[in-house]
Design a protein around this ligand. Sequence first.
Ligand SMILES: *Cc1c(COP(=O)(O)O)cnc(C)c1O
Length: 507
Amino acid sequence: MRTRAKHPDPTSRRSRILQLEQAARPLDPDAAERNSLMRAAHAYAQHFLDKLPETPAYNHDKSGALELRDLAAGPGPRPVDQLIERIDESVVRPGLKPSHAGHLAYIPGGGIYASSLADYLAAVTNEYAGVRFAGPGAVEMEDLILDWMAKLVGFPETADGNLASGGSVASLIAVVAAREAAGLRARDFHRAVVYASPHIHQCLHKALRVAGLGESVRRDVAVDEGRRLCPESLSEAIAADRARGLRPWLVLASAGTADTGALDPLATIADIARREGLWYHVDAAYGGFFAMLPEFRPVLSGMERADSIVLDPHKGMFLPYGTGAVLVRNRDALQDAHAYYAAYMQDTVEAEAGGRSPAAVSPELTKHFRGLRVWLPLLLHGEEPFRACLREKVELAKYFHREAGKLGFEVGPEPDLTVVTFRWVPESGGANAFNQALVEETHRDGRVFMSSTTVEGEFMLRMAALAFRTHLDTIDLALEVLRQALARLGVHPGPLRSAVAAGGRGR
Ligand SMILES: *Cc1c(COP(=O)(O)O)cnc(C)c1O
C-alpha cells in the first residue's frame, strides 16, 4: 500500500536547508582559504617550471599513472598538498612532457604561462562564452581573435569562425559546413568524392565519418618528391570521377602535414577547386600561424582562397592544449550548418542582432571561455615574440637537417616548415628494424623525445621543432642523444663518417 509523504513543517525545512548550506560551504572557500589553496598551487607551478629543464622530456615508466587509483574519488576531504603530490607523481612524471623544451615529436604543443593565467581567470569568472546574450564580452573577445586570425590568413570580412577545443573538432565544423553548402544528402554520400594527399591528417577522415560521410569516395592524390600534393594528378582524378558519374565535392590540402611538414601547393589547388566548383579546405592546424612571418607568405599564398581553414593555436601559438580555430569564408554556410533554436533560450535571440553566437556555428552550446587564453598572451606580449619564436623554430629545423646529415643520417627533404625526417642506413641488416631500435633507444634516454613515421614503406625518425621552449641547446642535445643512441647500437658516427656522408649516401 502506498503511503502519503508527510510534509515537514516549514521551520524544519528551513533549518534543514541551512544545514545543507553549511555542508556545501567548502565548495566556496573564503578569502583566507583561497589564499592558502592558491599558494599551494602556485608553489607547485613555480617548482614545476624551475625544475623542468632538469627533468626528462619523456619518462618510459608509466606506473605512476596507475597509482591514481590509490586515492578513490569521492571520500575526503584530503589535504591539497597530498593531492598536488599525487598530480606530480601520477600525471606529470609519467609519459611525455608537452611543456618541455625537448618535446620534438608529433606536432609539439605549447603551454605559455600567460595563457595558463587566462585559463585560471576564465574559470574563476566562469564567463559563458556560448551565447552572446549571456556573455557579450566573452563572445566579442572570441570574435576579435577570429577576426585577427581571418586577417592573418587573408580571409575577407565576410568570413566567420569558431574557437573549438582543437583542430579535430574545428575540422568537423568545417566538413559539416562543406556538406551543407553542397546540399549533400544521404542519397549522395556514396557518390561524393573527397581529394587529398595520403598525408592528410586522419582527423579529416574522422570528421567525414562523424559527419555521416564515411561512405564518401576518397581519392589519394599523388605527391611529389617533397611529399606535396601533385596538382596535375588532382585535375586528372577529378576528370576521371566526373566521367564515372561521381560527384567531386571536397578537396583537402595541408598547410604543413603532421607527417613530414610538407606544404601543399595551395594556390594551384585553389585554382583547380574554383574551376571545378569544389569546396576547398586547408588544414593549417600546424602551419597556419607561420603566416605571421612575411617570408612564408609566398608559400602560404592560396590559403586565402580556401572555403575553410583550420588553425591550431595550441600548436603554432604555443598555447596550452584546448584551442583549435576554424574559419569559413562564407559565414552563412557556417551558420546554416550549425544554428538551432530552443524555446527555453528565447530570451537570447534579441542579442543575436549584435552578431551570431558561437553556439550557432559549432556543435557546442556551453563552452570554455577560450577567447581569453588567446587574447591575454597576444595583448600582453604583442605579436613580435610569437614571430620570433616561430622563426627560431624554422632556423632550428634547418640547422638540425644539416647537422643530422653531417652526422651521417640520410635526411628527408629540406623542411618546408619545422619537421625533419631522417634515418640511419646501416651497413648491413634491415634499415627499418635498425631505425625502430634507434628511436626506442632515444626514448629510453628520455632527455629529448622524438617520434617516427613511415614514408613509402621506410621507417623514418622525425624531429619537429615547435615547442616554444625548444632552443639551440635542445637541438644540440637531440643530436648528442642520437649519437649516443647510435653508439649503443654499435655505430660510431664521427667526423670521418660525416665526410663520407657528405659524399652522398644512396638509399
Ligand atoms: C594536430 C593536427 C590536427 C588535429 O588537431 P588536434 O588539435 O590535435 O585535434 C590536424 N591537422 C594537422 C596538420 C595537425 O598537425
